[in-house]
Design a binder for this molecule. Structure first.
Ligand code: GUN
Length: 291
């Protein structure tokens, strides 16, 4: 069994990006600038955005965190997006999700200039992705592809089962794994809350990508020998023995599933760090496209 070490690979990618940024600096060029908008005080979202900003500093990008209150109206957020679209110094920006209930997420994501949409959430970019056109691929699916690629995990002709159909992970992942090319060329089954007898489906999978958000959902009995297991879950589970009062737990019962798997991502240290590295990669791409 091989651990797909997202922490190590994401560090490699950050080092590669740092080299690129240093070259830009040497040539006197502007370095990439990422902005992240966060609305409200959700603890997990603040942690993620903090990590994104720190990652920018590490590779030599400029970064701006825009904090807006939990009572922000849709109009106020749309005005902020307009400002970021027009600000020539910003190469790419993200709106951290989820947004408070008074704000229509779809409307907000459609207001982002597609050329600055480094999350790849705008319908234009999502459509391009589905049509095999060059575009920003959402960071988490992009990170999973990169991890499979760097470890040389075969995907061609394999049966990939994706659990969860979120717009951020499950849906794009199902499209990408079925695309022509590597990683891709898989036969894909997308499962969700209405899927009947999920164990029958997962136990036939060569590759399982779980993005459900239910701690320890995927048990050893649901997995065949030598399956490739990608765990996208990051749930906070209360734990009094931990200093933070919680531990981060994936969708996969790692202890038991890892005994059967050929490759498996840990949580933490698997897909999570890859997401941030690929957001940086998209931001670098956005800068290059604006030159
Ligand atoms: N919330 C959970 N994952 C993501 C992500 O990749 N991007 C944004 N903007 N929000 C998220």
């Amino acid at each position: 069994m091989v651990i797909l070490d997202g922490k190590k690979v994401s560090n490699d990618i950050k080092n590669e990006i740092t080299v690129q940024v240093n070259k830009m600096k040497d040539k006197g060029e502007k370095v990439p600038h990422l902005a992240a908008v966060i609305v409200g005080n959700d603890g997990a979202s603040l942690t993620y955005v903090g990590s994104k900003v720190r990652a920018c500093e590490r590779v030599g990008f400029e970064s701006t965190m825009v904090r807006m209150s939990n009572t922000t109206s849709e109009i106020e957020l749309l005005d902020k997006i307009k400002e970021l679209n027009q600000n020539d110094d910003i190469d790419g920006f993200i709106i951290q999700l989820p947004l408070p209930p008074q704000i229509n997420t779809q409307k907000v994501l459609m207001a982002v200039d597609p050329s600055k949409d480094v999350d790849g959430f705008h319908p234009e970019n999502f459509g391009k992705m589905a049509l095999d056109m060059s575009t920003f691929i959402p960071a988490t699916p992009f990170g999973i592809l990169e991890l499979l690629d760097r470890y040389g995990v075969e995907t061609k002709g394999k049966h990939t089962v994706v659990i969860g159909r979120s717009h951020i992970v499950g849906r794009p992942m199902s499209i990408l794994m079925g695309r022509k090319g590597f990683p891709g060329n898989s036969t894909v089954t997308l499962t969700h809350s209405h899927t009947k007898n999920i164990t029958q489906i997962t136990s036939q999978a060569d590759i399982i990508i779980s993005a459900l958000g239910v701690p320890n959902f995927l048990k050893a009995e649901m997995v065949k020998d030598d399956a490739v297991i990608i765990d996208v879950g990051i749930s906070r589970v209360p734990d009094e023995t931990s200093p933070k009062g919680y531990i981060i737990t994936g969708d996969v019962d790692f202890k038991n599933v890892s005994k059967k798997a050929s490759y498996i991502t840990p949580v933490p240290g698997g897909v999570g760090p890859m997401t941030i590295a690929m957001l940086l990669k998209n931001t670098l791409l956005a800068r290059e496209q604006r030159m």
